[in-house]
Write a protein that binds this ligand. Structure first.
Ligand SMILES: CC(C)(COP(=O)(O)OP(=O)(O)OC[C@H]1O[C@@H](n2cnc3c(N)ncnc32)[C@H](O)[C@@H]1OP(=O)(O)O)[C@@H](O)C(=O)NCCC(=O)NCCS
Length: 140
């Protein structure tokens, strides 16, 4: 997802508001989960979010999102945020976040989603890490 940073997105210093970045993260993550399960999804949780660098007015925010884990009804999405600076052609990684979405039925109850096909070693590592985190949190 690509966002041009406009004045309405920024604080008086010309940096994107943290809450705006969280909103973009939530949206792009929800799109990924929705495309996977083809069902309405709700946000269940967002993991710790750090802002390493500001994204400035006039820069372009790039959000890359991909599924890392799918349980019975829940889907964990990783979102990486970057700031592109067109005048210099540089890109900085500014944040990463992990968000869990749950697919719901017409009554708002969690409903099963298709399994995730894990193909590469990197996908397998991310999947296993997510599974371990869930087990540690007592959610597996
Ligand atoms: C998310 C929600 C649907 C979960 O409902 P629930 O009845 O507690 O669900 P369950 O305990 O049966 O768990 C269902 C799945 O959600 C996961 N889950 C529940 N709460 C979670 C949390 N806080 N973080 C991560 N995953 C969570 C469970 O691990 C389970 O995953 P699995 O089926 O893949 O094993 C419910 O709490 C809800 O509707 N919350 C409000 C969502 C919302 O409005 N979000 C917008 C932001 S406020």
């Amino acid at each position: 997802m690509v966002q041009v940073v406009l004045p309405n997105d920024t604080n008086p210093l010309g940096n994107v508001l943290g809450g705006r970045v969280m909103h973009w993260i939530d949206l792009v993550g929800a799109i990924v989960a929705y495309r996977h399960c083809h069902l309405p999804v709700v946000t269940a949780s967002m993991e710790r979010l750090d802002f390493h660098y500001p994204i400035r007015l006039g820069q372009i925010a790039i959000l890359k999102a991909f599924l890392i884990y799918v349980g019975r009804t829940s889907m964990e999405v990783m979102v990486e945020v970057y700031a592109d600076d067109p005048p210099t052609g540089t890109r900085k990684s500014t944040s990463t976040a992990r968000i869990t979405y749950v697919a719901i039925d017409a009554q708002g109850r969690p409903t099963p989603v298709p399994a995730l096909r894990v193909i590469t070693e990197e996908e397998r590592r991310r999947f296993d890490d997510a599974k371990r985190r869930r087990e540690a949190e007592g959610r597996a």
